[in-house]
Write a new protein. Sequence first.
Length: 324
Amino acid sequence: MGVEEELERPTSAEDWRRVLLTALGSQEAVDACLFACLQDGQHTNNTAASFKHNIAPNIAAITSTSGRGGEGQGARGMEGGAFPNAGADAKPSPGGLGSAGGVTADRETSVSIEVTPPLEPAPKPVPPPTPWFFWQVVEDKSFKGLTKAYFRKMYGGIDTPLKMPPLVHLFWSFVGSWFGILLIAGIADVLSDDTYDWLVGSLGASAVLLFVLPDAKLSSPRNLVGGQGLSALVGIIVRHIFGNHVRWVSAALAMSLSAVVMAVTGTTHPPAGGTAMIACWVVVAPWEGFQYLVAVVCGSVLLLIVALIVNNLAGKRQYPTFWF
């Protein structure tokens, strides 16, 4: 470690004196440093900051004048460039520099100074590209090796199944999902008629996530309302493009597109995939199908309100863990 780097650490005058004594090798040179700092107009309480200002940039010049010599050599060390901020008429303090009034040394002092240049930050490693197919990471490229590696991926064994939650958790899961679907189904029963049914089946799957796994990211308000709304919109657009001619194609396409849209926007909500499929399969809703979007968004908001009330009544539940 270089001397300049060592001078960055001390915070008190005694710490600075100790570091300088180690670096300069003699008490006389340290006294010269103290005197020059005080002559620069720094108070004693701010000696550490003065040391950093005067000594660190000129440490090489200080050590070059701390060798053998008498009063004249000590004065030249302070006036000849070791302390450019010290006045030309500065004189050593008799108490700190000896009876002769100058800096004296009885022996040759040799100080080796190495200033380590600042290290450049190491470049961040570039992650390898994600393989598209499994055979890109298989060493054995033979047919047998690829087949074995492929079916080995189906063995599982890298995780454990879900455990049955405590009884209190089951109680609040039942209460929350029951009240949530009861509210949505009741309103849908009032609003529905012979032309359109306001009850969206995929909201039942959303209720499972919200009340059985309330702390999952997939159950957050962002994922619930955002995922359901975006999927309904994607399903309506695909339905308008393909019409009623190839519903099996439009249903598959709507579900796949909604999955990608949710992944890109960070609103992945698995039940919303069914929302996109329903939009392409059932009878076209009024308002060119956009009444379906209103039904999905309103149902998701009602389910969210019930989840906020019921989940937070439980002792060890907190919903949501984040909003957006």
